[in-house]
Write a protein of this length. Structure first.
Length: 246
C-alpha cells in the first residue's frame, strides 16, 4: 500500500497569524484537504503558538470525528509536560515527538536515540498507556534504530530536510536518498514502521516511495501549501497522492 498523506497545517496557520483575522481558516483548509483524499492532518503546536494555536486543536479533532472519521490526527512537538497535556486532552491517533528547541524556526534534526533514551522511554510508555501511536523524529542514521526501538516507540519519522534541500543537485539527492533508505531498512528490521517528512515535494516523493516501498506515511506542509497557491488545495492533494503512488 502506498504511503498515506497527512497534510501539515502549520504553514496555513502561520499565514493566518500574520493578521488578527480568522482567515485562512486552518480547520476549513483541513476540511478541503481531507475531502480531496488526504488521509490525515498534522499540527505542531509550539509553546509560542506562532503557527498552530492551541485553540485550533479541538476544532481539528471535531472536524475529523464529525466529518472524516477514517482520517487521523497527528500532533507533533517536543515532549514537555504542557505538550503531553495537550496531547492527552485532544486525543490524536498519532503523537510525533521531535527534539525542537522553542526558538527553532522548524524541526531540523532528529533525536539521538542513545543519548536521549532516558528522556524518551518513560514518555513513550506514558503515551502508549494512553492509547496513542508514537513516532520519533529521526535523522538518516541506520545505527540508531535499535535504540529507537528500545524506547518502545511504534515508528520513526525520517527527517527528509537534507534530501529536499538537494532539489537542484541530483547526485547529492541520490546519496541522501540512499542514507534514508538504509535507515528505513534498519528500522523495519528492528520492528519499527517508517514515516517521513520535511521538504517533500511532488518532484522528490516518487523516488523516496520507490526506495522505501514500506513507507507508512508522509507529513507534508510547506511544499504542499506552496503548490496550493498555484493548483488549489484539492488539486494539490491529488498531485501529492499520485506522487505517493495512489
Amino acid at each position: 500500500m502506498p504511503a498515506k498523506l497527512s497534510v501539515n497545517l502549520n504553514a496555513i496557520a502561520m499565514l493566518r497569524n500574520r493578521r488578527d483575522l480568522p482567515w485562512p481558516s486552518v480547520t476549513g483548509i483541513g476540511r478541503l484537504a481531507l475531502a480531496a483524499g488526504a488521509h490525515g492532518l498534522t499540527v505542531h503546536p509550539r509553546p509560542d503558538e506562532r503557527h498552530t494555536r492551541h485553540s485550533d486543536l479541538p476544532e481539528i479533532r471535531a472536524l475529523i470525528d464529525d466529518e472524516f472519521p477514517q482520517a487521523e490526527f497527528n500532533i507533533e512537538g517536543y515532549p514537555s509536560e504542557d505538550f503531553l497535556a495537550l496531547v492527552e486532552k485532544h486525543q490524536p491517533e498519532q503523537v510525533t515527538l521531535v527534539p525542537d528547541d522553542p526558538a527553532q524556526a522548524t524541526s531540523d534534526h532528529g533525536w539521538n536515540f542513545v543519548a536521549d533514551a532516558a528522556l524518551l522511554a518513560p514518555i513513550v510508555r506514558r503515551l502508549k498507556k494512553g492509547g496513542f501511536r508514537v513516532s520519533l523524529f529521526s535523522d538518516a542514521d541506520p545505527a540508531g534504530m535499535t535504540a529507537a526501538r528500545d524506547t518502545g516507540a511504534d515508528r520513526i519519522e525520517l527527517y527528509t530536510g537534507p534530501y529536499g534541500s538537494y532539489h537542484s543537485d541530483s547526485a547529492k539527492a541520490a546519496k541522501e536518498l540512499e542514507r534514508l533508505g538504509k535507515t528505513a531498512d534498519a528500522a523495519l528490521a528492528a520492528g519499527l514502521q517508517v514515516n517521513a517528512g520535511h521538504d517533500l515535494t511532488v518532484g522528490n516523493l516518487p523516488a523516496l516511495a520507490k526506495r522505501i516501498p514500506a513507507l507508512a506515511e508522509v507529513s507534508i506542509g510547506h511544499g504542499l501549501t506552496a503548490d496550493a497557491l498555484e493548483y488549489g488545495m484539492a488539486g494539490t492533494v491529488g498531485r501529492f497522492l499520485r506522487a505517493c503512488g495512489w
